[in-house]
Design a protein. Structure first.
Length: 218
């Protein structure tokens, strides 16, 4: 884990989302559900793109296996499956293979399956929903480590992501230092507020005007 991913691992999705707001950047994606583990995940992104099976020759490799074998420990695999077809691009054997490769987790803009297996492996899956339907004959992989779209966010290889029970938040690779600095300041402010509440400071004082304006752009 390098110093950037180490710093990101200490932050939650809300602090990072607030930092993006403060800096006028996009990156937060709502509606992706945490299906298989209570753990927050974060790290550098490795992408996979899926499209509808239009009868093209079958790939020689099972979908997502290239990404798993390319992954470095701590990477997060992010998959675009926006075909509208109810078919999973992630399943149980992929979860086990990714866990053994020390992948931090997978994020699917679309369905995933074999969720119970992923829970047994304690492998984190974030996805739009769960399904039992296989990808075979329905969808195909068309790219690994290429730009993809998740929600309304363009995600490129080398970007960063943090995902927890609130949201999935992407950070452009070129902006990571600025975002981390802003998010760390916000998280420190929030910790101070929690301490003040526990010490008996009225909540109206803790969450006063300064709190309401803390994300205003400089």
């Amino acid at each position: 884990m390098d110093h950037l991913t180490d710093r990101l691992a200490r932050l939650d999705a809300c602090a990072v989302s607030d930092a993006l707001d403060k800096l006028g950047l996009a990156g937060a994606v709502t509606g992706l559900q945490r299906l298989s583990s209570a753990r927050r995940i974060s790290g550098r992104v490795l992408t996979v793109k899926m499209e509808k099976d239009d009868g093209r020759p079958a790939a020689s490799r099972h979908l997502a296996t290239t990404a798993i074998e390319m992954a470095e420990p701590g990477n997060v695999i992010v998959m675009e499956q926006r075909t509208g077809i109810d078919a999973a691009c992630w399943g149980g054997n992929l979860s086990l293979g990714a866990k053994l490769q020390e992948v931090a987790g997978v994020i699917v803009d679309g369905p995933a399956r074999d969720v119970d297996e992923a829970r047994e492996y304690d492998f984190p899956i974030f996805a739009r929903n769960a399904t039992s339907r296989t990808a075979r004959g329905r969808i195909v992989e068309t790219g690994t480590n290429v730009p993809i779209t998740v929600g309304e966010v363009t995600v490129t290889p080398g970007d960063f992501v943090v995902a927890d029970g609130s949201a999935v938040v992407f950070i452009p690779g070129a902006e990571i230092e600025r975002v981390l600095e802003a998010a760390e300041a916000i998280a420190a402010r929030e910790r101070a507020m929690v301490a003040a509440l526990r010490e008996g400071t009225p909540i109206s004082e803790v969450m006063g005007r300064n709190y309401e304006t803390m994300l205003k752009k400089p």
